[in-house]
Design a protein around this ligand. Structure first.
Ligand code: IPM
Ligand code: MN
Length: 360
């Protein structure tokens, strides 16, 4: 298969973790006789520095002319100290999601057997956890009307959803549940919010097309508690934009490091693959950033094009690296010299020589 992949490595550790995914994708291309063509473009703080715009027109053009996007990370401390800055790196990511219509963000969360002791949660609580979070990504409070009164003392952010925005992601989530354990949990705040009541109504209607799926509902406050009390109860989670943002960071604790969590953002036309972690500026260029979230995002990219054997081989290689403690310091207790690049090398090498005895 021939794929044109736009690489938006972004800020902080973005470039170094993305470099490992590209290495891994190149190994896959060689092994399976595919042709992956990578084109690079700036986004976020680096793009502001270069052009004044966190999502330059040329970057968006490249994305629109590519089959898929590989995204690194966004954010820079120089903007965090001034939240009122008119131009912020995060706007680049939000504009990208909106302009490309990436309405569904899929975030798999699982507890790896090799890492059960790395989570602060008890092993018997997390063992076997396997969740797929469907977070709505282009609506809700993130994109509603924002207002600040003239005197600067009153501010508001509107949380708005329409039936169509709920239906289209609900269908994707129900279909995902059909190929999994056939359970879907809608997380909302329908006891308080009108927008949540619309989510419930529409999701119940969509559910009539998926009679094989068990549907239940949780208020977001209770869901946050259930996520660490008994995460195994969840199969597919469906939720709106901001609840999904919060719940997925919470869920990352189950895996033992946020450096493991991959995601896919998909729409009708485009698809982007990105780790859920941020730009981790303190770690930039120290060789300590975990590349696995980015590498697993590359696996999701392959799945998107039905290259499932290829994606599975990446996951097998990742499992192997975890089992052998070929991991960065956020996870590692056995060796203290495993860098970002070494993890990428190990995984790419495993793909090229899966039966090599050096891996055992
Ligand atoms: C995420 C991030 C973004 C979000 C930020 C960087 C705008 O936290 O992808 O989860 O809130 O969606
Ligand atoms: Mn987030």
């Amino acid at each position: 298969m021939k794929l044109n992949i736009a690489v938006l490595a972004g800020d902080g550790i973005g470039p170094e973790v993305t470099a490992q995914s590209i290495k891994v994708l190149k190994a896959i291309a060689l092994e399976f006789d595919h042709s992956f063509n990578f084109k690079y473009a700036p986004v976020g703080a680096v793009a502001i520095d270069e052009t004044g715009d966190p999502l330059p027109e040329a970057t968006l053009e490249l994305c629109k002319n590519s089959d898929a996007l590989l995204f690194g990370a966004i954010g820079d401390p120089k903007y965090d100290n001034d939240p009122s800055a008119k131009v912020r790196p995060e706007q680049g990511l939000l504009a990208l999601r909106k302009s490309l219509g990436l309405f569904a963000n899929i975030r798999p969360v699982k507890a790896y057997d090799a890492l059960l002791s790395k989570s602060p949660l008890k092993k018997d609580i997390i063992k076997g956890t396997d969740i797929s979070i469907y977070r709505e990504l282009t609506g809700g409070i993130y994109f509603g009307k924002k207002e600040l009164s003239e005197d600067g003392n009153t501010a508001s952010d509107l949380c708005e959803y329409s039936r169509n925005e709920i239906e289209r992601i609900a269908h994707l989530a129900f279909k995902a549940a059909q190929s999994r354990r056939k359970k879907l949990t809608l997380i909302d705040k329908a006891n308080v919010l009108e927008s949540s009541r619309l989510w419930r109504k529409v999701v119940k209607e969509v559910a009539t097309n998926y009679k094989d799926i068990e549907l239940d509902f949780l208020f977001v406050d209770n869901a946050a508690m259930q996520m660490i009390l008994n995460p195994k109860q969840f199969d597919v989670i469906l939720t709106e934009n901001m609840f999904g943002d919060i719940i997925s960071d919470e869920a990352s604790v189950i895996g033992g490091s946020i450096g493991l969590l991959a995601s896919a953002s998909v729409g009708d036309k485009y698809a982007m693959f990105e780790p859920i972690h941020g730009s981790y500026p303190q770690a930039t260029n120290k060789g300590i950033a975990n590349p696995i979230a980015s590498i697993l995002s590359a696996a999701m990219l392959l799945d998107h094009f039905d290259l499932n054997d290829e994606a599975d081989l990446i996951r097998t290689a990742v499992d192997k690296s975890l089992a052998l403690h070929i991991t960065t310091p956020d996870l590692n207790t056995k060796y203290d010299n495993i860098t970002t690049t070494k993890v990428g090398d190990f995984i790419a090498d495993f793909i090229s020589n899966p039966t090599d005895s050096n891996h055992n």
